[in-house]
Design a protein around this ligand. Structure first.
Ligand code: NAD
Length: 484
């Protein structure tokens, strides 16, 4: 049976507000109607999260690490059912969903290792009789709001370091994809019991985002909000957190440039482009959005990319062969159509695709892998995330022109550079004003890296030691020592 209960204070509870209706993006079938969490339940969850933070703080590091390691194992053990649920609610091709489950487990592995290695400091003393002891303490109760495009991984990336650092975390997943989060809550509850960890250290409530976010932020014990989603909502939440001076971590939207220089290995570049552009049909924050191609190889690169794109199987995301499933909802496919229409109206040409793909018996939410040529920075496809399977390409003549176009957007999450010239690789990687650079690498996300953006793409980093630090408060104890 699909999960439909919220997980609050270590207990599964039914909601009391308007239902959240979860539909399959492929078939439009109603997968679940989850009675939503109203204001009272959200407030109760936030208060319980505060109480759980005290229990987590008291848990010795070894026990926290055990909890986090066991969560990695629990997630791996349930890879098949979790992946199926993830695909049902998000439309992510099943092979990718399995990869997401493994990716999620890797955040738990990594946070456990980071917590074991974490150490305070004793800076060199300036005075003979003074010692400054720098302590790392958990920041306390944290709340998280996550997007639909990685229903499990975005929770794991936040929760793993929170628990490892000794914090609690209460999550509100996206309304389009709450089922994986609720299924994970069952795994958490079982794992917490097995290792005698506080069962309320994690919680999930689903429902109206505005009232739930308000309850999370206004709860006096809440010490941090971590958000992954659009820049618009991130900005709004930052404003709501400001009066309380609440710590905020914001992982927001991107608009990734993908630079291909004439000296690149074009087959390798095309392979990396496929990884970046077609993971979840381009519905990821680090998906290549603007293809900047050196003029002399633009056509050759696109030929090689086109051959690969023609081989993509569009279809039922539950089928093993499928690489392109449905987009998440009607608004998403309308946005992709608008970007194609706008580009063509402003002078771009469609080299491949350009329209919805019909898949027999499934909802009209599939879009053909598409190549646009002759795009320019003023088109929608270049100034905002398209979040769809569109390769919007334009050409450049010089390295400095490429870097200038790449940086000339408000976002600064991920960028890619394809070249075999080692000097250029480093020069361009340094010049790109982005938090993540894929250098001949179309899939740079990995649990040990400090993932995060600049400018409108957000604040803070997640992953590895850097991710753990985001849940740590430093305290120093200044001691006077007699007899020195
Ligand atoms: P979204 O901002 O619409 O929603 C994200 C979350 O915020 C959801 O849980 C939603 O319910 C909630 N939300 C929406 N309005 C809210 C409000 N007024 N108050 C409080 N919460 C609210 O984004 P989305 O469409 O779900 O996700 C796609 C976006 O996320 C893209 O822009 C993508 O680039 C970004 N993203 C960023 C990263 C990253 O790590 N930087 C990762 C994945 C996705």
């Amino acid at each position: 049976m699909l999960p439909s209960e919220h997980y609050v204070g270590g207990e599964f509870v039914r909601g009391d507000a308007a239902p959240v209706v979860v539909r399959s993006p492929s078939t439009d079938e109603v997968l679940a109607e989850i009675p939503g969490a109203g204001v009272a339940l959200a407030e109760r969850a936030a208060a319980a999260n505060g109480v759980a933070a005290r229990a987590m703080r008291a848990l010795p590091v070894l026990r926290r690490v055990e909890l986090v390691r066991r969560l990695a194992a629990a997630v791996r053990a349930e890879q098949v059912p979790l992946a199926r649920l993830l695909t049902l609610e998000s439309g992510k091709p099943i092979a990718e969903s399995r990869t997401e489950v493994e990716y999620s487990a890797s955040f738990f592995d990594n946070a456990a290792a980071a917590a074991e290695m974490a150490a305070g400091e004793l800076p060199a003393a300036r005075l003979a009789d003074r010692r400054v002891l720098v302590l790392r303490e958990p920041i306390g109760a944290t709340v998280a709001i996550t997007p639909w495009n990685f229903p499990l991984a975005m929770i794991a990336r936040k929760l793993a370091p929170a628990l490892a650092a000794g914090c609690s975390q209460l999550v509100k997943p996206a309304e389009d994809t709450p089922l994986t989060a609720l299924a994970f809550a069952r795994l958490f509850a079982k794992t917490a019991v097995e290792c005698a960890a506080p069962p309320a250290a994690f919680g999930v409530v689903v429902g109206d985002p505005i009232s739930i976010a308000r309850a999370f932020i206004e709860e006096p014990s809440t010490r941090k909000l971590t958000f992954t989603g659009s820049t618009e909502v991130g900005r709004l939440l930052a404003t709501q957190c400001a009066p309380r001076l609440l710590r905020t971590a914001l992982e927001l939207g991107g608009n990734a440039p993908f630079l291909v220089f004439a000296d690149a290995d074009l087959d390798r570049a095309a392979d990396q482009a496929m990884l970046s552009k077609f993971r979840f049909m381009g519905q990821t924050c680090i998906s290549a959005n603007r293809f900047l191609l050196e003029e002399s190889i633009a056509d050759e690169f696109l030929s090689r990319l086109e051959a690969r794109m023609r081989a993509l199987v569009v279809g039922d995301p539950l089928s093993e062969a499928t690489r392109v499933g449905p987009l998440i909802n009607d608004a998403a496919i309308r946005k992709v159509e608008l970007h194609v229409r706008d580009s063509v109206a402003k002078g771009a040409r469609i080299r491949l695709g350009g329209a919805r793909a019909e898949v027999a018996g499934l909802a009209p939410r599939f879009f053909m892998p598409t190549i646009l040529t002759g795009c320019s920075p003023m088109m929608h496809c270049a100034c905002e995330e398209t979040f769809g399977p569109i390769v919007a390409s334009m050409t450049f003549r010089t390295e400095s022109e490429a870097v200038m176009i790449a940086n000339a957007v408000p976002h600064g999450l991920a960028a890619y550079v394809m070249t075999q010239d080692a000097d250029r690789l480093l020069r361009v990687a340094e010049a790109l004003d982005f938090g993540v650079v894929g250098a001949n690498d179309g899939a740079p996300s990995t649990a040990e890296a400090p993932f995060g953006g600049r400018k409108d793409s957000g604040l803070g980093r997640e992953g590895g030691m850097y991710g753990l630090d985001a849940y740590v408060d430093l305290k120093y104890v200044s001691m006077r020592v007699r007899g020195c």
